[in-house]
Design a protein around this ligand. Structure first.
Ligand SMILES: Nc1nc2c(ncn2[C@@H]2O[C@H](COP(=O)(O)OP(=O)(O)O)[C@@H](O)[C@H]2O)c(=O)[nH]1
Ligand SMILES: [Mg+2]
Length: 474
C-alpha cells in the first residue's frame, strides 16, 4: 500500500541493508520446506549454492528453476531443489527475494540455512520480512499486523477480520477521516497565516459538523472492538462442577471425539485438558478440569483440583455443571460460592434421568445467567448450549463481512479512542470560541494519533512490539 513511510528512512535502520535468511516453513517432517532470503546479496548467494539441471543457465525472475543445492566447500550435492529468484520491487519485501524449496526434513533445512548464512546472509529476526515490507512502503502497519492474525486465525470469522485488514479496509477508512481533518486544518492554517487577507470567513458551523461526523464514525468503530477481540483472540472457557456431573462427557461431545476419559469413578480427570472449539465462529479454548470435592482426595487429585481452580479463576467464561439427577450438596454449594463473580452459563446435565434439581430453583438461584438443560450422554441440548455460550460472549448475532470494519486489535482501539477524545476537545474549543491556533493544534494531534494506527507516526518501540509477535521466517 501505497503510502511511503517517510518517517522511517533507511538511514535510521542500518540493519535494513543486510541480506536476511530464515527457514520459512514449520519444523518437522514435510513434503517440502523453504529457506527464504531477502536483500541485495540474495541472487549472488543463490548462484553460488545452486547447480542447475540444464546449462547454460540464468535466473529468470519469478520462475522456478530445478537443480541441486550444493555445498560450495566440496561441491557435494545436499538436496534436490527448486529455486526461485524474485527481483525487486515486485516482491513481498520489495527487495530481491530467493526461495530455496528443499525436502522438508529438519537437517536438510538446517543445512540449507547454514550454507546461505555461510555466504554472507544473516539470520532474520522474528517478523523481519514483514517489517521490511512495511518499512519499504509496500504495506501499512495495519496490514503487517493482519499478516500475523491471518496466520493465527482459527475460524472463518477470525480469518475474515484479518482479511479485511490485509486488504487495507482499516487503512482506507483511516484515510477518509484523515482527508476531512486535513481539509479543515488547511482552512484554519490559511486564516492563522493570513489574518489580514481577504479570505472568506471561516465556516465554523460546517467545521463543527465535520468534526462531529468523524467523532461518530470513530465511536462506531470503537464499539466493534469487544466483539472483534472475541473473534480475533478467542476466549477461554472452563467446565467446572463437582465430580461425576458429566464434565468430561460434555467436553467429548462438544469436540465430537473421545478426548477425555469418562468413567463412573469420581476423580477420574486429574490434569486440565484443553482443546480449541469453533462456536459460531468464536475460537473457544475449552478446558475440562478435575471435579471439585472435599472427600476422598489423594495428593494427585488434590493437585488436579488446585490446577482446576487456577484455570477456572483465569477463564473468560465458566460452564457450571450440575447433575440434575442428584440433590445439590455441600460440594455444589462450595463451587457456587467460588465462581460467584465469574461470567457463566449454568448447565443442568443428565436430563435423561429423573429430575432432582428443578429448573425453577436454578432460575431463582442464577437469575442473571442462561441455564441450559442437556444430556451429555445422549447428546441432547448441545446446540442450545452453544447458542447460550455465544450470546454470553457477544450480545448480538454478528455477521463478519468484508465491508463492515471490525477493530479487533487493542492497539487500534486505543488510538481511535485517543483521536476521538482530541476531536471532542477541539469541538468544545469551537463551542467556547477559543483561538484558531488551539483548534489547529488539536486537529494536528488528532492526525498524529490516527497516523499511529497505520504506522506513519508510530514509535520504534511500538513497531518492535508489533513485529516481535511474529515467528521467525515471516
Ligand atoms: N445418564 C446420564 N449419565 C451421564 C450423563 N453425562 C455423564 N454421565 C455419566 O456420568 C459419569 C461421570 O461422567 P464424567 O463425564 O466422567 O463426569 P466428570 O467427573 O464431571 O468429568 C459417567 O458414568 C457418565 O457416563 C448424562 O447426561 N446422562
Ligand atoms: Mg472428568
Amino acid at each position: 500500500m501505497k503510502q511511503n513511510n517517510t518517517n522511517f528512512s533507511k538511514g535510521s535502520f542500518p540493519e535494513e541493508r543486510d541480506t536476511i535468511a530464515a527457514i520459512s516453513t514449520p519444523f518437522g517432517e514435510s513434503g517440502i520446506g523453504i529457506v527464504r532470503m531477502s536483500g541485495l546479496l540474495s541472487g549472488s548467494i543463490a548462484r553460488k549454492l545452486f547447480r542447475p539441471k540444464h546449462t547454460p543457465f540464468s535466473f529468470v525472475s519469478h520462475h522456478f528453476h530445478y537443480g541441486e543445492l550444493i555445498d560450495p566447500e566440496n561441491g557435494n550435492p545436499v538436496d534436490e531443489v527448486l529455486v526461485v529468484l524474485m527481483k525487486s520491487p515486485k516482491t513481498y519485501t520489495r527487495e530481491d527475494i530467493v526461495e530455496i524449496h528443499c525436502h522438508g526434513g529438519y537437517f536438510i533445512l538446517r543445512k540449507a540455512l547454514e550454507l546461505v548464512l555461510g555466504q554472507g546472509a544473516r539470520m532474520a529476526l522474528p517478523g523481519e520480512f514483514t517489517k521490511r515490507a512495511f518499512l519499504n512502503g509496500r504495506i501499512d502497519l495495519t496490514q503487517a499486523e493482519a499478516v500475523i492474525d491471518l496466520i493465527k486465525a482459527k475460524t472463518r470469522e477470525s480469518l475474515e477480520i484479518a482479511g479485511q485488514q490485509l486488504r487495507g479496509l482499516l487503512y482506507r477508512e483511516m484515510a477518509s477521516v484523515r482527508e476531512k481533518l486535513v481539509q479543515n486544518l488547511a482552512m484554519l492554517e490559511a486564516h492563522i497565516d493570513f489574518p489580514e487577507e481577504e479570505i472568506e470567513a471561516i465556516p465554523l458551523t460546517k467545521m463543527k459538523e465535520d468534526l462531529l461526523d468523524k467523532v461518530k464514525k470513530l465511536e462506531e468503530w470503537i464499539s466493534t472492538h469487544e466483539e472483534g477481540r472475541v473473534f480475533r483472540e478467542g476466549v477461554s472457557c472452563a467446565i467446572t462442577g463437582k465430580t461425576n456431573v458429566g464434565k468430561s462427557s460434555l467436553l467429548n461431545i462438544l469436540l465430537k471425539q473421545e478426548r477425555a476419559i469418562v468413567t463412573p469413578i469420581p476423580g477420574t480427570t486429574r490434569d486440565v485438558i484443553e482443546e480449541v472449539l469453533n462456536i459460531h465462529g468464536i475460537p473457544v479454548r475449552l478446558m475440562d478440569t478435575a471435579g471439585l470435592r472435599k472427600a476422598a482426595m489423594n495428593s494427585i487429585e488434590r493437585e488436579g483440583v488446585r490446577r482446576a481452580k487456577e484455570r477456572v479463576a483465569d477463564a473468560d467464561l465458566v460452564l457450571l455443571m450440575i447433575d440434575g439427577s442428584r440433590k445439590l450438596d455441600e460440594d455444589d454449594e462450595e463451587i457456587f460460592r467460588e465462581i460467584d463473580a465469574k461470567k457463566k452459563v449454568v448447565v443442568l446435565n443428565k436430563k435423561d434421568l429423573s429430575r432432582k434439581v428443578s429448573l425453577k430453583s436454578m432460575k431463582e438461584r442464577f437469575p442473571d445467567h442462561s441455564i441450559v438443560q442437556i444430556s451429555a450422554l445422549k447428546g441432547e441440548g448441545i446446540e442450545d448450549l452453544q447458542q447460550a455460550i455465544y450470546f454470553s460472549l457477544l450480545h448480538r448475532d454478528i455477521r463478519v463481512s468484508p465491508e463492515h470494519l471490525i477493530v479487533a486489535n487493542i492497539r487500534h482501539k486505543i488510538a481511535l479512542s485517543n483521536t476521538r477524545q482530541i476531536l471532542l476537545d477541539a469541538l468544545r474549543g469551537l463551542e467556547e470560541g477559543v483561538s484558531l491556533e488551539f483548534i489547529a493544534f488539536e486537529i494536528r494531534s488528532a492526525l498524529d494519533s490516527l497516523g499511529e494506527i497505520v504506522g506513519e507516526t508510530t514509535s520504534e518501540e511500538v513497531l518492535n512490539r508489533v513485529f516481535d509477535q511474529f515467528c521467525i521466517g515471516k
